[in-house]
Write a protein that binds this ligand. Structure first.
Ligand code: NIG
Ligand code: FE
Length: 416
């Protein structure tokens, strides 16, 4: 791998000599930067950086590539800690049903929703699923994502869940960006277990989890803790079963109603708890005593017109907040983290500094990847975004839905 030097960088963003594992409360408003900077990459890693005013004598490197970044900004790639990008087909039909007045819950009750994607996925071969998912994987990297978590959960049978997790493994083994895999068998109750949720949980715990452990197909286990899906008690039981097989917990919580998912996630020492539309003061207090990362998914709240999670209140209380895309066919059919930052600023009233911390360091924490990505730090992966000519990093969330990226660098090379 060649050595690369980028010089005359207008602003080098999120530079941390020693990166904190997460950024909490008022520290989220602090975004360390170097103006008029240089950045050196060696063997796919960040080797060094500094100000052009004290540019060191490294020009004698053999085979050194040099890029001039005048008027352009560099920031670390986004860490997208919550996606469901391995799915089959799409759900534009339900989109129109919702436009015509049905709620997300009503669509699901009619057999649409997650179960619609389950039927599509079960009828898709592993190879075809891989090809469809690979398109989305490449698409999110082009939009600046440099590490990603991917969930199963559209299979809901041993065979179909293994199919998804094997596709995630194949994506992981491409060794493009770091990938974490999450088993979300508890995403919904499959049609063949209608009226027999106990029976499904039994299969999930006694057949699916051991089989997944045997092939080492997952890092995390997740549950959709929600009315008509899984209760807090069931969530606890499933997370405990996963823990016995080395799977760390994550929870989809308080999205459509208050279901005690946050309290359960904290009790089970989940690494993150995600959605949080119905998060209350008691939940905030519980989170303050935990290591669980509260993760807001602005794309899903936007797409389903849900009440906004209290991100500002969480930060005021001293909590960290992460933002992720939730890229999935039903509630957030986009993995554009630039737009997630815009929503963070426009709807949640976070500053550009806060949303950058939420989509880099804090979201990296939410999938235990802070040692590899999330900041410009010596030794971390050289996964970063080089912008087009823009005046400030705040222009990215401000000028929403426009593409301000000139190139995304992955392992120190331009991603094509
Ligand atoms: O994260 N909330 C549950 N699961 C997904 C949506 C799944 C779907 O509608 O396909 C989410 O929003
Ligand atoms: Fe989700």
């Amino acid at each position: 791998m060649s050595k690369l030097l980028i010089k005359n960088i207008k602003t080098l963003v999120q530079v941390r000599d020693e990166a904190p594992e997460k950024v909490c409360g008022k520290d989220m408003a602090v975004l360390p930067c170097i103006e008029n900077a240089w950045l050196a990459i060696d063997s796919g890693l960040i080797a060094d950086y500094g100000s052009m005013d004290d540019f060191p004598g490294i020009t004698d490197w053999k085979g050194l590539d040099v890029i001039d970044a005048t008027d352009r900004i560099i920031l670390p790639c986004y860490a997208d800690s919550h996606t469901h990008i391995v799915y089959a087909g799409n759900r534009e039909g339900e989109f129109v049903d919702r436009i015509n007045g049905l709620s997300y819950e009503e669509v699901a009750k009619r057999g649409g929703g997650i179960i619609n994607s389950v039927q599509l996925l079960r009828n898709t071969s592993e190879e075809e699923l891989f090809q469809q998912s690979l398109i989305r994987f490449n698409e999110i990297i082009k939009l600046g994502t440099g590490a990603v978590e991917i969930k199963s959960g559209y299979g809901l049978s041993l065979e179909a869940e293994l199919k998804i997790l094997r596709v995630i493994k194949r994506i992981k083994e491409l060794n493009v960006i770091p990938v974490k895999a999450t088993f979300l068998g508890a995403h919904a109750i499959p049609p063949e277990f209608k009226g027999n949720k106990e029976g499904y949980i039994d299969v999930l715990i006694n057949e699916m989890i051991p089989a997944i452990d045997k092939e080492k197909l997952a890092d995390y286990i997740d549950v959709f803790c929600e009315k008509d899906y899984f209760t807090a008690a069931e969530t606890e039981k499933i997370l405990a079963a996963g823990k016995k097989h080395g799977l760390v917990g994550k929870v989809h919580a308080e999205q459509l109603s208050h279901s005690n998912g946050i309290q359960t996630a904290v009790k089970c020492e989940a690494i993150s708890v995600d959605h949080l539309e119905y998060c209350n003061d008691e939940d905030i207090n519980a989170l303050l005593k935990s290591k669980t990362m509260p993760t807001v998914l602005p794309g899903a709240a936007f797409f389903l017109s849900l009440p906004l999670p209290p991100a500002r209140k969480m930060i005021a209380a001293g909590l960290p907040v992460a933002f992720a895309s939730d890229y999935n066919p039903g509630s957030s059919p986009s993995g554009n983290m630039n737009f997630i930052m815009s929503l963070g600023c426009i709807q949640y009233k976070l500053t550009p500094e806060e949303v950058i911390n939420a989509t880099t360091i804090n979201s990296a924490y939410a999938m235990n990847m802070g040692h590899k990505v999330g900041s410009i730090t010596r030794g971390k992966l050289a996964n970063f975004i080089l912008t087009k000519k823009i005046n400030s990093y705040g222009f990215i969330p401000y000028s929403f839905s426009n593409n301000h990226i000139e190139n995304v660098f992955i392992n120190g090379e331009i991603f094509k």
